[in-house]
Write a protein of this length. Structure first.
Length: 230
């Protein structure tokens, strides 16, 4: 008779597999990582692995979803802060997510290579929709507060939140084209600067903010990324 596994024990073992997978994706790459690598690292059977994940792709999706959960936990205190003005919340929302990505730069870059591969289009779409479901309500709440405070000007906060996330998704595509399309060549920072400025301009228009209202703060985050890439 199989031994029942307590929820906390199940979560602990599942997270252990995810931790090892994150290590190998960062050091070897997703395509080069094998389930055998994980089995040997944790000294578990193949059956034990499939008890938690039905496939290698399911493992990848679970890892990205865990990152999404961690990101959501980072922005929740910002959204629920009753003292912080909406504009500051919005900038803090972006800054916290940006900082999280910078602190996990190697893993983020490894994921970007997988995420934007042509043969992973369906996987990418599922994860994008999951991210919208998780973050759009939080972002919408900030926008609604900004409208009430008179700092944002949009009649459609919920739709604006989705548009912003869609804009950031497309920005990710464009950045990947520059970073990875021509491996071995020097990064075209001028194009990256233009993309960042265009994104800031679009965000200001969507939210009804005067030109330059977000650009300076977003430029600081971009400068930190540029320093990491040089």
């Amino acid at each position: 008779m199989a031994r029942s596994v307590k929820p906390e024990e199940y979560a602990e073992k599942r997270n252990a597999i995810l931790d090892v997978a994150a290590h190998y994706i960062t050091t070897k790459g997703y395509e080069q990582m094998t389930t055998q690598d994980i089995l040997e690292a944790l000294q578990i059977s193949r059956g034990a692995f499939y008890h938690y994940f039905e496939s290698k792709q399911a493992l990848l999706m679970a890892l990205v979803e865990r990152i999404g959960e961690q990101a959501e936990q980072l922005v929740l205190p910002i959204v629920s802060d009753r003292q912080m003005p909406a504009r500051d919340k919005l900038l803090r929302f972006f800054a916290v997510l940006d900082q999280y990505k910078q602190e996990n730069k190697d893993l983020v870059f490894a994921f970007m290579r997988v995420w934007y591969a042509d043969d992973n289009a369906l996987f990418r779409q599922k994860l994008y929709l999951a991210r919208v479901k998780r973050l759009a309500p939080r972002l919408s709440q900030i926008i609604e507060e900004g409208v009430a405070e008179g700092v944002f000007n949009t009649a459609y906060p919920a739709q604006a939140a989705r548009i912003i996330l869609s804009l950031l998704e497309d920005l990710g595509y464009a950045i990947v084209e520059i970073l990875f399309a021509e491996d071995g060549k020097q990064t075209d920072f001028l194009r990256l600067v233009q993309l960042n400025e265009a994104a800031a301009d679009a965000l200001e228009r969507v939210l009804g903010i005067s030109p330059g209202g977000l650009r300076q703060s977003l430029d600081k985050g971009f400068s930190r990324w540029q320093a990491l890439l040089e």
